[in-house]
Design a protein around this ligand. Structure first.
Ligand SMILES: CC(C)(COP(=O)(O)OP(=O)(O)OC[C@H]1O[C@@H](n2cnc3c(N)ncnc32)[C@H](O)[C@@H]1OP(=O)(O)O)[C@@H](O)C(=O)NCCC(=O)NCCS
Length: 162
């Protein structure tokens, strides 16, 4: 039986996260589509690690029966509503098996609540059906949008039972 779990990212996961972030589909889905150099990634990783007290509490590695198959990240929006922005990426050979939907629906809300977030927000390209479907199936609601490229989906944590 398949078991999808989350593990807080540690230094040993840095290379995996860097490589997946540079995968073509992940770059295409990102606001910054540039390739991230290892030097840029290392600086980003170092800063995040310091901010998060050596364990990257808002970056998790997604495990499929213990094997690395993706990551999910929360970025503090620093708004009055305590909303975090969600980024998720699944390795190409694990896509289309319901893993993102499972993480977003079952595993992420309790992690976000533990940190203190009250809401979750995803900014997704209109031409990314896999991502849109995963967030919608996980209970996110589409927000009114006037942008031709991006849509915003939100999950109000107060509406969800813990
Ligand atoms: C988007 C992404 C995270 C989805 O992960 P995943 O584990 O493959 O998603 P799921 O298997 O849970 O699929 C979600 C739904 O989308 C559907 N789907 C996936 N890819 C699709 C595609 N290209 N076209 C249409 N539907 C698609 C699946 O069939 C599934 O629907 P179903 O449950 O009704 O069958 C993954 O494809 C990925 O990492 N892509 C690159 C990075 C990215 O886009 N991240 C999101 C940025 S916000």
């Amino acid at each position: 039986m398949r078991a999808i779990t989350l593990a807080p990212a540690r230094d040993a996961h840095s290379g995996f996260v860097w490589r997946l972030r540079n995968a073509p589909a992940v770059r295409a889905a990102s606001i910054n589509t540039d390739r991230i150099t290892k030097a840029e990634h290392d600086v980003w990783w170092e800063l995040r690690t310091l901010e998060n007290n050596l364990v990257l509490a808002d970056l998790w590695i997604i495990l499929d029966n213990g094997a690395h198959c993706g990551y999910v990240r929360l970025d503090n929006q620093r708004d009055a509503n305590w909303t975090a922005s969600v980024s998720i990426a699944i390795s190409a050979d694990h896509r289309g098996r319901g893993i993102a939907t499972d993480v977003l629906r079952r595993l992420l809300p309790s992690r976000a609540r533990t940190i203190g977030y009250l809401g979750l927000r995803a900014t997704v390209r209109r031409d990314n059906p896999g991502s849109l479907i995963a967030f919608l199936k996980a209970g996110y609601r589409l927000q009114v949008s006037v942008d031709d490229t991006w849509v915003t989906l939100e999950q109000d944590m107060a509406r969800r039972r813990p």
